[in-house]
Ligand binder design. Structure first.
Ligand code: ADP
Ligand code: MG
Length: 274
């Protein structure tokens, strides 16, 4: 076996999920013996490589956010495992995952509502740095974090509650990037933004991924929101990954009916405007 083949065979993927399953009680059935369950993640096995840009798409309710929470070690699945560079993330205690938080950062769905409104922008960015043992963030670190996301340093002393939606979105990204993670996971990072802002944030992700040689998993219900950024696209449907292919192959010859439905849902201008 040649050296490179041996390396590929022995190096674990950057992130790996193995046979992950998660059930939740169905709404309205949570009564002692009558509780019924829905299988939200159904035996998912998945590997993500270092530096890779991957899109995860699927309709609302497909299980995307649940899969992310499990991948991040924020939620413990009923069965299966998660590892990062061969080291266990799940099962493991959340308190023991500081090493993982340093490597893999998360921009949650609707970041504007997950930042504490009464904190300043500086406090919001400094908090994870402090928590992960980087000490008090210097002014130059905080300014660079805002500079990364094209926001002026004058915002550092503003309260989060006074920011626009787009500014809060950028602050959430700056907060995650300040740790210089190897991998960024973002849940619906451009959903709910108007078109110009959506294009700005998409361009920002492209630039930051190149600048910091960072892997990314971008999640969206809208295939067009991730297609521009990701060379590999995963399609999730009813708790399963039903397609996992290079972007060009997936867009030109979608194999699963659900992928075709997602592609058909991309809005196009009516002929009369073309
Ligand atoms: P997506 O992000 O693809 O829209 P989610 O992972 O948020 O999907 O949700 C998948 C399904 O799991 C939905 O039917 C949702 O209602 C259900 N669900 C998500 N979280 C919980 C929870 N904590 N308890 C019960 N059901 C949940
Ligand atoms: Mg979601």
């Amino acid at each position: 076996m040649c050296a490179s083949t041996l390396h590929a065979a022995t190096t674990p993927p950057f992130l790996a999920l193995r046979q992950v399953t998660q059930q939740y009680p169905l709404p309205g059935t949570r009564f002692w013996h009558a509780t019924r369950y829905q299988c939200v993640i159904n035996n998912v096995t998945l590997s993500l490589n270092k530096g890779e840009h991957v899109g995860l798409v699927g309709a609302s309710g497909a299980g995307k956010s649940t899969l992310l929470k499990i991948l991040l070690g924020l939620e413990t699945p009923d069965s299966g495992s998660v590892s990062c560079q061969g080291r266990a993330v799940v099962p493991a205690s959340t308190a023991a995952l500081r090493w993982y938080r340093q490597l893999v950062q998360y921009v949650p769905q609707d970041p504007a509502s997950t930042l504490a409104p009464n904190k300043t922008v500086a406090q919001s960015i400094a908090e994870p740095l402090h928590f992960l043992g980087h000490g008090a963030a210097s002014m130059s670190v905080l300014q660079r974090a805002l500079d990364d996301v094209a926001l002026p340093a004058s915002l550092l002393h503003r309260r989060v509650a006074t920011l626009s939606g787009g500014q809060a979105q950028r602050v959430a990204i700056a907060r995650a990037l300040a740790l210089r993670p190897a991998f960024l996971i973002a849940d619906e990072p451009v959903s709910g933004l108007d078109l110009p802002l959506r294009e700005q944030i998409t361009a920002l992700f492209t630039q930051l991924a190149q600048q910091y040689d960072m892997g990314m998993l971008l999640v969206s219900h809208d295939i067009s929101a991730v297609a521009a950024l990701c060379q590999r696209v995963l399609v999730m449907h009813e708790g399963q990954i039903v397609e996992d292919r290079p972007r060009s192959a997936l867009l030109s010859t979608p194999a699963h009916p659900h992928t075709r439905a997602l592609l058909a849902a991309i809005p196009t201008l009516p002929d009369c405007y073309c």
